[in-house]
Design a protein around this ligand. Structure first.
Ligand code: FAD
Length: 391
């Protein structure tokens, strides 16, 4: 029998190399279809490690890896600018046109815009390794840090900074009356205790009214001085790729098989999409949700590309791990961890989950290569190169 030109194989195009994109590419590749990933810099980001990079505990290189070092797929560097559904093609910003038989959009989210004067000008952000490095450099010359937002990102940054730099005065401000507001109350109480034990001043129930240079003004009339980091939430970015798509809480509504309604060859997964678990409950934007949904979307896209009927996604609420570096809190099903000595287990749990994610993508050798060292490593990396510009 004559061998087929591999380029004749049905083509799955994955847009984005984050948690959802990496698992979509890996799952589609396993079915034998041709897979191409498009990402602005071809890097897979380990976003939960960014707080440790900003504090100086991990290297920037620990917070990302080239996707093609994790999954054996071609990765094109470029920004997807337009989806031509009728022509089954994606146009990149540089003018390249890529045809697909099925496309998986996993372009993630961005910090939620905050209607607070001064945030855009005076506050730092934390969502790329470049942000983390710039913030680390700033903190070396600062003696105070004010983190706004008591969700996982804010809590992680405040704890890592206070632990790695005990001489830094750290304040965490949360408008609601508790930290980790999307989690059960007891996790918020436990994490508050861990932060206060690390020396963090925790201010709850008071919104930030304005941000000025190295200063926040709180609704209770008080101010806090220091380098200001805004960690006030995250939102999906359906943007120009899926204009007109129905949204739920800013995230793209998807059918049970993760296709975008009205577009049977286009799927959305990860932070971008409004995912539900098997019981129909809304799933949070998280790495766990993104990697489950990405894997399903990859398999489904391969089925669509080869003319098979896709099945519904079966996604699960697996819990939440908030790793503070030296300790942390976690929820796995009905089990909560983080009270007393159990808090010290959480960084190990995070490490095990990270390892599992990497083993699934590239096997044990890849997993060990991209897991941060257990021993202290120098984080002096002023010449560190392959990072996109801050923005
Ligand atoms: C600081 C921080 C800490 C976090 N901590 C935790 C935690 O402890 N636990 C947890 O579960 N979750 C955590 N999260 C959330 C978690 O990282 C996200 O839910 C997860 O990354 C979502 O995966 P994703 O693949 O949907 O998107 P992302 O991981 O954001 O990946 C999207 C990818 O798409 C690319 N892209 C964007 N636009 C385009 C385009 N036009 N064309 C091509 N590519 C594009 C981006 O460059 C990126 O590589 C944290 C997030 C942050 C920022």
């Amino acid at each position: 029998m004559a061998s087929r030109d591999p380029d004749d194989r049905p083509h799955v195009l994955v847009l984005g190399a984050g948690y959802a994109g990496a698992h979509a590419a890996s799952a589609a590749r396993a079915t034998g279809v041709r897979v191409t990933v498009v990402d602005p810099d071809g890097l897979h980001g380990f976003l939960p490690r960014l707080a440790a990079v900003a504090a100086g505990r991990l290297r920037a290189a620990d917070a990302h890896a080239p996707l093609d070092a994790l999954v054996d797929v071609p990765v094109l560097t470029g920004v997807a600018a337009h989806l031509d559904v009728a022509g089954r093609a994606v146009h990149l910003e540089d003018g390249t046109r890529l045809r697909y038989d099925a496309a998986v959009v996993t372009t993630g989210g961005a910090p939620a815009s905050a209607p607070v004067p001064g945030v855009d000008v005076h506050a730092w952000q934390l969502h790329t390794p470049a942000h983390a490095l710039a913030l680390r450099a700033e903190l070396r010359t600062s003696d105070r840090l004010v983190v706004v937002g008591g969700g996982a990102t804010g809590v992680q940054l405040a704890a890592e900074a206070a632990t790695v730099r005990p001489e830094l005065a750290v304040t965490l401000v949360e408008a609601r009356d508790r930290l980790l507001p999307t989690e059960p109350r007891h996790l918020g109480r436990w994490v508050t205790r861990l932060l206060e034990r690390a020396g963090v001043e925790v201010v709850r129930g008071t919104a930030v009214d304005a941000v000025e240079r190295d200063l926040v003004r709180l609704a209770d009339g008080t101010t806090r001085r220091g380098t200001v980091v805004w960690a006030g939430g995250w939102q999906a970015e359906p943007g120009r790729l899926l204009p007109g798509a129905a949204l739920e809480g800013g995230r793209v509504v998807v059918d049970a098989d993760l296709t975008v309604p009205g577009h049977p060859r286009v799927l959305a997964a990860g932070d971008l999409a409004a995912h539900r678990d098997v019981l129909g409950r809304s799933l949070a934007m998280s790495a766990q949700t993104a990697l489950q949904a990405g894997a399903h979307a990859g398999r489904t896209a391969a089925a669509i590309a080869t003319g098979d009927r896709p099945g519904p996604a079966r996604l699960f609420e697996l819990g939440r791990v908030v790793d503070l570096g030296a300790n942390g809190v976690a929820r796995i099903g009905p089990l909560s961890i983080g009270l007393g000595p159990s808090a010290r287990l959480v960084p190990w749990l995070h490490r095990a989950i990270d390892l599992r994610h990497l083993v699934k993508l590239g096997g044990p050798v890849v997993a060990l290569r991209h897991t941060p060292s257990l021993w202290p490593t120098s984080t002096d990396e002023p010449e560190y190169g392959p990072l996109r510009a801050i923005g």
